[in-house]
Design a protein around this ligand. Structure first.
Ligand SMILES: Cc1cc2nc3c(=O)[nH]c(=O)nc-3n(C[C@H](O)[C@H](O)[C@H](O)COP(=O)(O)OP(=O)(O)OC[C@H]3O[C@@H](n4cnc5c(N)ncnc54)[C@H](O)[C@@H]3O)c2cc1C
Length: 287
């Protein structure tokens, strides 16, 4: 029989970390899904002067977390979640052909520094996608653009080339290494997704390219593209004081819930969200 966790924590940054640590201390049966290394934002900080007890850089922060993680025997399952679906009273989380099931979810996937471009949200599901693995096969024989914010997404662009006739790789980072006859590499920021009923073009400042689909491959996709029906306010998930969202048993923590974008706020919310999960599950049991 498939295992059903008490909670699935999505996101390997400081909010997800603290949620997992608190869940463990509350004796919740958790699964923590995210990338190893506590997130790029933490690793990149040159100097952190506003987090209790920490004197040093983001790498020092990361090293301290790694040590605590080992001491507390916290387990991270290194997966990128592609979709979160509420079915039969529990959440199914999909990742590369695998599915994880949990009674509740804590979403701690952060926010992208640069927001969506014009047309990006409007064409979601009509040619715009945030997941090559989920939607790549829909573009067999077609022309697509893949907007990559990080080298690590080159693998996803290569996956698209298995289906598409042509992949325009818009590489927004230094030294892209993607090669192959199906690829054209562009090194400029796109400004808009354009079209009619569906995507027809990706526009740059001074030219456009004709495409059938645009994949935005970034660290933090808009939350509503992960969990259908999730209520947002701008780039953030709408939450109550207990960090509950409009979806039953789905909580959010960290940058994803809004400003200030700070480690201490993200860590605090990770803790609150795990406590809210405990309260929610207790109430469910009494029903
Ligand atoms: C250069 C820099 C310096 C900073 N310096 C400071 C500072 O000195 N002090 C301070 O208080 N704050 C600082 N910040 C802000 C701080 O980094 C953020 O507030 C904090 O990292 C937010 O934590 P988070 O866990 O909410 O999100 P993030 O750190 O963004 O973590 C989210 C994680 O979720 C992952 N993720 C996204 N989608 C998925 C998915 N579908 N499946 C699995 N995982 C996913 C992401 O890859 C990422 O690892 C700095 C930020 C930057 C960029």
């Amino acid at each position: 029989m498939e295992k059903i966790y008490d909670t699935a924590i999505v996101g390997g940054g400081i909010a997800g970390y603290t949620a997992a640590l608190t869940a463990k201390n509350l004796l919740l049966d958790y699964i923590w899904l995210g990338e190893e290394g506590f997130g790029e934002k933490l690793r990149l900080a040159e100097k952190v002067t506003n987090f209790p007890t920490l004197i040093g850089s983001g790498s020092d922060f990361s090293a301290a977390l790694k040590e605590q993680m080992a001491a507390e025997e916290l387990i991270l399952t290194p997966r990128r979640v592609e979709g979160i679906y509420f079915m039969g009273g529990a959440y199914s989380l999909t990742s590369g052909g695998e599915t994880f099931t949990a009674k509740t979810v804590i979403l701690a996937t952060g926010v992208e520094a640069r927001g969506a471009i014009r047309g990006e949200k409007e064409f979601l599901g009509r040619g715009v996608s945030y997941c090559a693995v989920c939607d790549g096969a829909l573009y067999r024989g077609k022309r697509v653009a893949a907007v990559l914010t990080n080298k690590k997404f080159e693998e996803e662009a290569e996956y698209l080339a298995k289906f598409a006739q042509k992949v325009y790789c818009v590489c927004l980072y230094e030294n892209p290494t993607i090669t192959g006859e199906k690829f054209s590499v562009l090194r400029e920021w796109p400004v808009a997704v354009e079209g009619g009923m569906r995507v027809e073009r990706l526009a740059f400042k001074e030219h456009t390219i004709s495409v059938d689909g645009v994949f935005f491959l970034k660290n933090s996709a808009p939350p509503e593209s992960l969990a259908f029906g999730l209520k947002t306010e701008g780039a953030h998930v709408a939450v109550g004081r207990d960090l509950s969202t409009n979806l039953p048993g789905l909580f959010a923590a960290g940058d994803i819930t809004g400003r200030p974008y700070q480690y201490a706020k993200a860590a605090g919310e990770g803790c609150v969200a795990a406590h809210s999960v405990k309260t929610y599950l207790r109430a469910l049991q009494k029903k």
